[in-house]
Design a protein around this ligand. Structure first.
Ligand SMILES: NC(=O)c1ccc[n+]([C@@H]2O[C@H](COP(=O)([O-])OP(=O)(O)OC[C@H]3O[C@@H](n4cnc5c(N)ncnc54)[C@H](OP(=O)(O)O)[C@@H]3O)[C@@H](O)[C@H]2O)c1
Length: 274
């Protein structure tokens, strides 16, 4: 069946609202964008709406040239009025993500893209994790205890696949994780062994029922447009045999509130020293 993430989503929203009201000023998220495409523009609109709903100040800084990213990111990193910084994707061609993500101060890196943030996760030290990866782990923990479970992550991007695996193998989470990618032979024979499968490959409805053990929890991260509809990486028929997160209204929805939660956490650390 399709599982509902609504109660999890609603509880994060309520928690974030309460924490915002305990701060002496609204937290502020600065969004930096360079040559935004229509999908980035619509993403920004929905994010702004969510920020407003939660009482978070939202400011967009649009820079026309990629070179200006190298000026604005350090500037916002030292701006005392800014708590969190988000850099939109895709980045203009020729821009090194490693280089520009390094310019966001780790304290304000609410998207968890700075190499320092990603490295801190390896050490089980505090850092903001990439929001989508954290949303996946929160969803898994909401439905089951991952400790001792066999998890297969399909996809090895820096945004989703690798950080999901890092978070699930942290001490205290204790899952046993296998990562598959486009060069992995016979993926179904691996995913069929798993209690939990996370799919982040960017291929519409690619994984069908034969990939899964009946009763497994399947977290579909994919967002693909097919015939003007948003669809996941997992074929919806998988919901007949597994617990499947919906697309839309699954991981993406939780990701948006996790981002806002990070902004509040960054503000709490800066203003209250928590
Ligand atoms: N819900 C959200 O909030 C959210 C956030 C971010 C992304 N997404 C969605 O999640 C999906 C993945 O995003 P991403 O940024 O991780 O994508 P990405 O950077 O393109 O990485 C895709 C990964 O999938 C692997 N892959 C591709 N085809 C495969 C196949 N047939 N079998 C096995 N592995 C395959 C690739 O392997 P190689 O490394 O070998 O090339 C790569 O590791 C996309 O649909 C994206 O839109 C959703």
């Amino acid at each position: 069946m399709f599982v509902s993430i609504e109660p999890l989503y609603a509880s994060i929203v309520e928690d974030v609202k309460a924490r915002v009201s305990n701060l002496p000023r609204p937290p502020k998220l600065a969004v930096v964008t360079c040559q935004p495409d229509p999908s980035t523009q619509s993403y920004l609109k929905s994010q702004e709406k969510m920020a407003k709903r939660l009482g978070i100040e939202y400011a967009v800084f649009e820079v026309p040239k990629a070179t200006e990213l190298k000026q604005i990111l350090p500037k916002l990193s030292t701006d005392v009025s800014v708590d969190g910084i988000l850099l939109t994707h895709p980045l203009p061609s020729g821009v090194s993500e490693f280089e520009v993500a390094s310019l966001v101060s780790p304290e304000k890196d609410v998207e968890g893209r700075n190499p320092h943030s990603l490295g801190s996760i390896l050490y089980d030290a505090f850092a903001f994790a990439p929001c989508t990866a954290e949303a996946v782990v929160r969803i898994i923990k909401y439905f089951t205890n991952p400790a001792g479970k066999r998890v297969v992550v399909v996809g090895r991007s820096v945004t989703v696949g690798k950080p999901v695996a890092m978070l699930l193998t942290q001490k205290g989470v204790d899952a046993t994780v296998t990562i598959c990618h486009s060069r992995t032979p016979d993926i179904p024979s691996i995913t069929r062994e798993a209690d939990i499968v996370v799919v982040a490959i960017g291929r519409a409805k690619h994984l069908t029922k034969d990939y899964f053990k009946p009763g497994a929890l399947v977290v579909d991260v994919g967002i693909n447009v097919e015939e003007n509809e948003i669809v996941g990486d997992v074929d919806p028929s998988v919901a007949e045999v597994c617990d499947l997160t919906p697309v839309p209204g699954g991981v993406g929805k939780v990701t948006t509130v996790v981002l806002m939660e990070h902004v509040v956490r960054a503000a709490e650390r800066r203003i209250l020293g928590k």
